[in-house]
Every structure is written in structure tokens, then in C-alpha cells.
Design a binder for this molecule. Structure first.
Ligand SMILES: Cc1cc2nc3c(=O)[nH]c(=O)nc-3n(C[C@H](O)[C@H](O)[C@H](O)COP(=O)(O)OP(=O)(O)OC[C@H]3O[C@@H](n4cnc5c(N)ncnc54)[C@H](O)[C@@H]3O)c2cc1C
Length: 390
């Protein structure tokens, strides 16, 4: 399909595809096996200017938007969503600063992110606060010219590897959800340390760690925007970043389809390539249709978000939930098409199937995305002045 990309957008896709083919594909199984953080690949992405895509030009970026970011993420995800998640989590960590940071904060942190000199991370989840973000217990209490943070964040992507952390904490616990605020915490800040690195089912090249704040003292100018805006910043960040998860899903599904078609054309049973069996053709047809539908949705939503519209929660959730389900379905079918070989580590589809699962869980589970879509539909239709029932 021709999505009418500009010359610059085509170039972004080509650069990311080349890195995926030459640098990621050859090592993805080894990174997965060793649970090794892909620093070498991050350096290549930095040298190729891919970290700067959605950072404004005045802060050393390319000045693109969600769409350009999605194009790069999709191509990287086609090879390995463990590596692509590491890359994408960097933009997620930078979004609170990009969307709500002061000029000084943007000038200090965004050029570092854009150049790839420093990785960012986004820290909301805690042991008792997953889908229900309002359950966070980490506090950030004002003490003169500083804030003092106490608490533990769980399962933070790029934890321990990143230098810049956007952290949600309660600055006024008595006010409940209205007492939450976002802060920038730097690696090396006093009282800030890292807990255990998780062992995971998939995306094993990405690092997932605890962040521990033990009387962590940061200057007061690390507060993002105003006290009390934490939840709004978190929700607006997710609205902006969810199509990126969709792009990971599209990339993974395309990668699984690529392997499946090639394998089905080569593998012979009953004297002919299995692609000649209608049962296999129908599977491939559904996989290709779902993947293209997911891509069309992600591209349309990302382009729409870049026009800065209001009320984007519904479409942003759609651009996450559908590609995530597609990636899970397509990678599972890919294993089926490869039969016993698909179950073995000799081929990449077992890893793709393990990796795909995370897309239905992180950045808001797929159940939560469906809640958002359902609630937004309810609001939308309650505003309509006409009935569809007659
Ligand atoms: C590998 C990995 C990386 C991650 N990276 C980050 C990161 O970088 N930063 C960060 O802040 N967090 C991160 N997370 C956390 C992730 O966002 C949460 O795991 C996710 O939001 C779900 O929270 P939970 O796991 O506590 O599940 P729970 O909220 O306990 O949910 C359990 C089940 O109940 C369902 N459920 C819960 N509430 C509802 C409801 N109201 N309606 C319907 N169903 C519901 C869920 O959909 C799910 O199926 C990461 C997680 C993983 C596994």
C-alpha cells in the first residue's frame, strides 16, 4: 500500500529498516537469550539521528511528530520489539517534559534525548498501582528548595540504563489523585537507586527494573508544570504515546508474516509446498489483512494526533488495542504455520509470539484501552442531538 509518505518519511523508514536488517536481526536471538541490553544498537540509532524524530528543532530535534516516530518504531519492531521497546520507551520518558516542561527543562533535557546521549524512562507503575494509577504511594514532599522522594516504582522500562526519569509521585497525598505531580529525577541523584532487573517471558533485550527512592533529594525546579497536574500529564502522555505501541505491533506482525510466507513457500509436505494448501493460504490471507488494517489505523491516528486535535483518547486507545491483538494473533498463527519448527528456537517466530504478549499488557492493558474507548463512546453519543433507534 502506498501511504503517500514524504521523501523525508521514506528516508526515516529506510534508515530504520536498514538498521533492523543489518544490526538487529543478526543479534536478536542472542540478545534475547542473554537478556542483554542493546547498548551497541542504541549507539547506532543515535548516530543515525533516530532519537531526535519527535523533538522540536529548537531543542536539537528533527521536528517531526508521532507519525515519524511510528515509522521508525515499526521498522525496528519488524526485527525485534525488545530493542524497539528500548528505543520507544525513550520518547515515552521524554514526553512529559516535551508536553509540559518549562523552557529551562526542555533546553536542559531534550537536546540530550534528541542526540541519543542520554536515554529517558517513564515511571508510574508501583506494586499496588498498575491499571489504577491513583493507587501510587511514592511521595515527593516539598522541603524548602527541594522535593524529597520516597517509594518504589516497579517494572520500569530502561530502568537502570536511562539517565533521565519522568516520575509520578504524590506531592500532596491528602488531595488523592489531585495531589499527584510529575518530577524529573536523574541517575545519580542522592537517594535514588535501582532494584532488581526482571526476568521476562519476552522483550528480554529490554531492561525492566525497580526504581528505589529513599529520601531522594531533588531541586524544586525538577517539578514538571505545576503540583497536582500529575495525572493529567500521565494521561496526555499515554494519549500521545499509544500509537507507538501500535507501531510495535504492526512491525512485529509484519515480521511474523514475512517469515511465514517464506517458510510456507519452501516447506514441502505431501509432495508440494504447504503454501498450496488452502488452510495455510487462508491463515496467511487473514494475517496479511489484519496487519495492513493495523498499519492503516496506526498511520491514520498518528497523523491525526500530529495535527494537535482535542479529545484524542478514544482514537489513541484504538491505535494501541487493535495492533496489539493483531500482533498476538499473527505471531501465534506464524508458529502454527511453521509447525514444530515454529516452536523451536531455530526460527524467530517463537520469540515473536513471546514478545507479542507484552503489547496487550504495558502502557495500559487492552482491557483498559477498551474501557477508554467505551467511556468515550458513551460521552460522544450523549452529546448527540439525534436518535438512531427509529
Ligand atoms: C515488561 C513491562 C514493562 C513495563 N514498563 C513500564 C514502564 O516503563 N513504566 C511504567 O510506569 N510501567 C511499566 N509497566 C507496567 C505496566 O504498564 C502495567 O503492568 C500495566 O499497566 C498493568 O498493570 P498491572 O500489571 O498491575 O495489572 P493490573 O492492573 O493488576 O491488572 C490485572 C488484570 O486486571 C485487568 N483490569 C484491571 N482493572 C480493570 C478494569 N477497570 N477493567 C477491566 N479490567 C481490568 C487488567 O486488564 C489485567 O488483565 C511495564 C510492565 C511490564 C510487564
Amino acid at each position: 500500500m502506498d501511504y503517500f509518505l514524504t521523501e523525508e518519511q521514506k528516508m526515516i523508514k529506510e534508515i530504520a529498516a536498514q538498521i533492523a536488517d543489518e544490526r538487529i536481526r543478526p543479534v536478536r536471538a542472542a540478545l534475547d537469550e542473554a537478556e542483554e541490553f542493546p547498548w551497541d544498537i542504541m549507539k547506532v540509532l543515535a548516530r543515525s539521528d533516530l532519537f531526535c524524530l519527535c523533538i522540536p528543532e529548537e531543542y536539537g530535534g528533527f521536528g517531526g511528530g508521532s507519525f515519524e516516530n511510528c515509522l521508525a518504531v515499526e521498522e525496528l519492531g519488524r526485527a525485534c520489539i525488545g530493542v524497539a521497546t528500548t528505543f520507544a520507551a525513550g520518547s515515552l520518558g521524554a514526553y512529559p517534559i516535551l508536553l509540559y516542561g518549562s523552557k529551562e527543562q526542555k533546553s536542559k533535557y531534550l537536546p540530550e534525548v534528541a542526540s541519543g546521549r542520554k536515554l529517558a524512562a517513564f515511571a508510574v507503575t508501583e506494586s499496588s498501582a498498575g491499571s489504577d494509577v491513583s493507587g501510587i504511594r511514592t511521595t515527593a514532599l516539598k522541603d524548602g528548595d527541594h522535593y524529597i522522594l520516597n517509594g518504589t516504582k516497579q517494572w520500569i522500562t530502561n530502568g537502570g540504563e536511562a539517565e533521565i526519569y519522568s516520575v509520578l509521585a504524590m506531592s500532596n497525598p491528602k488531595r488523592g489523585p489531585r495531589g499527584a505531580s510529575f518530577f524529573i529525577v536523574e541517575k545519580g541523584d542522592p537517594g535514588f537507586s535501582f532494584g532488581k532487573k526482571e526476568k521476562k517471558l519476552g522483550i528480554r533485550a529490554s531492561a525492566t527494573r525497580e526504581l528505589v527512592f529513599n529520601d531522594c533529594k531533588i531541586p524544586k525546579d525538577r517539578l514538571i508544570s505545576r503540583e497536582g497536574l500529575g495525572f493529567i500529564i500521565a494521561m496526555r502522555t499515554f494519549d500521545k504515546s499509544r500509537p507507538g505501541i501500535g507501531a510495535l505491533g504492526v512491525g512485529l506482525a509484519q515480521g511474523a508474516l514475512d517469515v511465514s510466507v517464506e517458510y510456507a513457500r519452501q516447506r514441502k509436505q505431501f509432495g508440494r509446498p504447504i503454501i498450496n494448501f488452502q488452510a495455510i493460504q487462508h491463515k496467511l490471507a487473514d494475517m496479511a489483512t489484519l496487519t495492513e488494517a493495523a498499519r492503516a489505523l496506526v498511520y491514520a491516528v498518528a497523523r491525526y494526533l500530529d495535527t494537535e486535535p482535542k479529545d484524542i483518547s478514544k482514537v489513541s486507545a484504538m491505535a494501541k488495542v487493535f495492533p496489539a491483538d493483531v500482533a498476538m494473533k499473527v505471531s501465534t498463527e506464524a508458529v502454527q504455520i511453521l509447525g514444530g519448527y515454529g516452536y523451536m528456537k531455530d526460527y524467530p517466530v517463537e520469540k515473536m509470539m513471546r514478545d507479542a504478549k507484552i503489547l496487550q499488557i504495558y502502557e495500559g492493558t487492552n482491557e483498559i484501552q477498551r474501557n477508554i474507548i467505551g467511556q468515550e463512546l458513551n460521552k460522544e453519543y450523549s452529546r448527540l442531538k439525534k436518535s438512531f433507534l427509529d
